[in-house]
Write a protein that binds this ligand. Structure first.
Ligand SMILES: [Zn+2]
Length: 98
């Protein structure tokens, strides 16, 4: 094996390392952009009223905890007597009184 072939193999090894790093970093940046785009869409579609979040022209409340902490929109489910509404989040299991 010549010195040149050894150097060529070493160069190829480092080239692969650099390429692998760039692919990983590119994927991480794409994921970050996706989550920021989703957050922006949520911010544009949900409005806060009395501590709950609502879509425009809708009376269905969304979980404030999930929106503020996890940045996801989870519609709350009504539990028990409809005149005395207990609201439960199916995602984080948080209970609210309305
Ligand atoms: Zn929740």
């Amino acid at each position: 094996m010549t010195v040149l072939s050894i150097l060529s193999k070493i160069a190829g090894f480092f080239k692969n390392l650099v390429n692998a790093g760039l692919v990983t970093e590119n994927d991480q940046l794409k994921n970050k952009i996706d989550s920021l785009e989703n957050l922006l869409k949520l911010d544009l579609t949900l409005n806060e009223t009395d501590g709950f979040y609502y879509k425009k022209n809708s009376k269905i409340p969304y979980c404030p905890r999930c929106f503020n902490v996890d940045k996801v929109a989870c519609p709350l489910k009504i539990k028990g007597d409809p005149h005395y509404q207990d609201l439960k989040c199916p995602n984080c299991k948080e209970y609210y009184k309305n």
